[in-house]
Design a protein. Structure first.
Length: 171
């Protein structure tokens, strides 16, 4: 069973954090637990923030507040280290991170043209282009979405570290 990302934050208040840094969340149907790592949970929270219409700075600020309230500082460092190790930083991913929709746009075009030609020329073979182009566009969008969410978590964790260091140096 699945749990919406927006309810994960509030469910964390009643969840238990295990020694292996996983979180047991009550499932929506009440039949059991969903076991998920802190990193997965924070990425889901970031994905939830991506759905809101606001500036990136506001999204990161809201995510930073949620992370500060729900994740211990030691776990924040572990999550950051895990994300740094997992985040691929190649040329394609950098472009995808910045311009996810622009990268997927040609594949949406291929899907549309395949559909147009398939209908207008009654060529069933053209529908293959529709399927392949649409599938490629969806996969690109999904990968870009995940990369953007992970990057947002990294930015929020970096801001938390910087603010913590500022407070310590001010004392």
């Amino acid at each position: 069973s699945s749990v919406s990302a927006s309810s994960l934050f509030f469910m964390n208040l009643t969840s238990r954090c295990n020694l292996d840094h996983t979180v047991n969340l009550h499932s929506a149907d009440g039949k059991g637990f969903i076991k998920m790592s802190q990193t997965e949970r924070l990425v889901m929270l970031a994905e939830d923030q991506l759905t809101e219409y606001s500036t990136d700075a506001r999204k990161i600020e809201k995510l930073r507040q949620k992370i500060s309230l729900s994740v211990a500082p030691a776990q924040q460092k572990q999550v950051k280290a895990e994300l740094e190790a997992k985040l691929p930083r190649n040329f394609f991913d950098e472009i995808l991170l910045g311009q996810r929709q622009a990268v997927a746009l040609p594949f949406w075009g291929i899907a549309g043209l395949g559909l147009l030609f398939g209908i207008s020329f009654t060529q069933p073979i053209d529908f293959i282009a529709t399927g392949l182009g649409g599938a490629a566009a969806i996969l690109i969008q999904k990968r870009g979405w995940k990369l953007q969410a992970k990057d947002m978590v990294m930015q929020a964790l970096t801001e938390i570290e910087e603010r913590t260091q500022q407070v310590k140096s001010a004392d």
